[in-house]
Design a protein around this ligand. Structure first.
Ligand code: CTP
Length: 413
């Protein structure tokens, strides 16, 4: 196999079964994966499963195949080490440099990016010891993905769930791509350039209800916002994603706040922005709302007449957070879907909008052909309030997301 070499560490938590799906995604997309479970992980999922799915022998011990010095070689030759699930015990060992099995030895010898996806009960995650271990690991450039909230083992719910394996896969792929592209090759160098930063991303389209069942909405799928949140998380940021009516899987390590209307979006954005280093308004808020929403379903009239609806303007959130800045040093990014008209080209209109909104960057999509909405690709120009213009050729929403964060990082530092 010639794909990137990934060590998939699995420690002993019930979420170990989800790592089978992560392993499948990695191998099916051409990665050369060696699974290194801990002894406790093998209590949950046996070595034959890992061996069958990876196509390689599997061991938790440093005493197997000693002539190949696996406890040193695996880490040295890996392009990425990802541990999912990472238990509180594994985090503690990694933070303190303990090395009593093959996985912890591998973590000590790895010079590639390391991604840890913790999963444990909320009490363990919130314990001061775990918090300190996570802080230590992050300070060394390890990407520790925030656990998701939701149902835990047993009947309880809370923070501590392993994020969706598909989303951990996206983080792994992203980190690999960036470490290769940046030539960093060492954790913490270039790859996680948003570490320690708080960012807010809004996504999706708001809905303004006319009655309990009907609403005014728009076609925004939320994909670009989700790509931005995913990209920021894999670059180490603490991400709040404010999602308006989006039907997509939560990105790994991202706090998702769900909203419905523009008023709810505004409240959530204002709250999250108070401490943010960067805000990206990728959502499409409804510009108008009915002056009055009916509490009961509006009935059809027998005479065939239609009700008239009076609309009023919603607040412009991007303009508000740009002109009344909670933190003057924060970088604020807006989006503009433009079509040229008689008064100017797409770029002329976009420059005027950038000035009108007062943000630092404006990502401009030319939507003359009706493209972009719901698609997985995008192309854009990123305009800066300093007069800069970066052309982004046709590509994935993830690629555009990273170019936007590149521009943000330049302005943050
Ligand atoms: N936006 C916002 N609040 C609104 C409407 C839009 O924050 N009520 C943000 C979007 O999230 C996006 C940018 O503003 O970042 C896009 O604005 P757009 O809707 O294209 O522009 P309009 O506000 O309609 O522009 P105009 O001032 O030309 O009407």
């Amino acid at each position: 196999m010639s794909g990137p070499r990934v060590v998939l560490g699995v420690s002993g938590g019930i979420a170990a079964y989800k790592a089978c799906e992560l392993l499948r995604r990695l191998t099916e997309s051409g990665h050369d994966v060696t699974v290194v479970p801990t002894a406790a992980a093998l209590e949950f999922v046996g070595a034959p499963t890992w061996a069958a799915l990876s196509g390689k022998p599997v061991s938790a011990e440093v005493w197997d195949g000693v002539h190949e010095v696996p406890h040193v070689r695996l880490g040295q030759t890996a392009d990425l080490v990802v541990v999912a699930p990472a238990t509180a015990d594994l985090l503690a060992k990694a933070a303190h440099g303990l090395a009593d099995d093959l996985l912890t030895n591998t973590l000590l010898t790895a010079r590639c990016p390391v991604v840890l996806a913790p999963a444990m009960h909320t009490e363990m995650w919130e314990h001061a010891a775990t918090a300190a271990n996570v802080a230590t690991l992050r300070s060394r450039g390890v990407l520790v993905i925030e656990p998701a909230e939701g149902r835990l083992t047993g009947a309880d719910t809370g923070k501590g769930r392993l994020p969706d394996p598909e989303e951990i896969f996206e983080v792994a792929r992203d980190v690999l791509a960036r470490s290769g592209a940046g030539g960093a090759g060492r954790p913490g160098v270039g790859v996680h350039d948003l570490a320690g930063r708080q960012v807010v991303v809004s996504a999706g389209g708001t809905r303004e209800y006319l009655d309990p069942v009907r609403f005014l909405g728009n076609r925004s799928s939320g994909r670009q916002g989700y790509a931005l949140a995913r990209a920021a998380a894999s670059r180490g940021a603490e991400v709040t994603l404010i999602a308006a009516n989006v039907d997509l899987t939560d990105p790994a390590g991202v706090k998702v706040v769900r909203v419905g209307s523009t008023a709810e979006l505004r409240d959530a954005v204002l709250t999250a922005t108070a401490s943010a280093d960067a805000v990206v308004m990728a959502a499409a808020p409804a510009d108008f709302r009915p002056t009055e929403a009916s509490e009961v379903k509006i009935k059809k009239a027998d005479d065939g007449s239609a009700p008239s609806i009076t609309l009023q303007q919603n607040p412009d959130i991007l303009k508000e957070i740009s002109t009344h800045r909670a933190r003057p040093e924060a970088v604020i990014v807006g989006f503009a879907a433009e079509t040229g008209d008689a008064t100017g080209s797409v770029l002329d209109l976009a420059r005027a909008k950038l000035a009108r909104k007062g943000c630092d960057l404006l990502v401009v999509n030319d939507v003359s052909g009706g493209a972009v909405f719901g698609s997985t690709d995008n192309e854009a120009v990123i305009l800066g309030s300093d007069g800069s213009a970066v052309d982004v050729p046709h590509g994935t929403k993830s690629a555009l997301a990273h170019l936007i964060w590149d521009q943000v990082v330049t302005r943050l530092t």
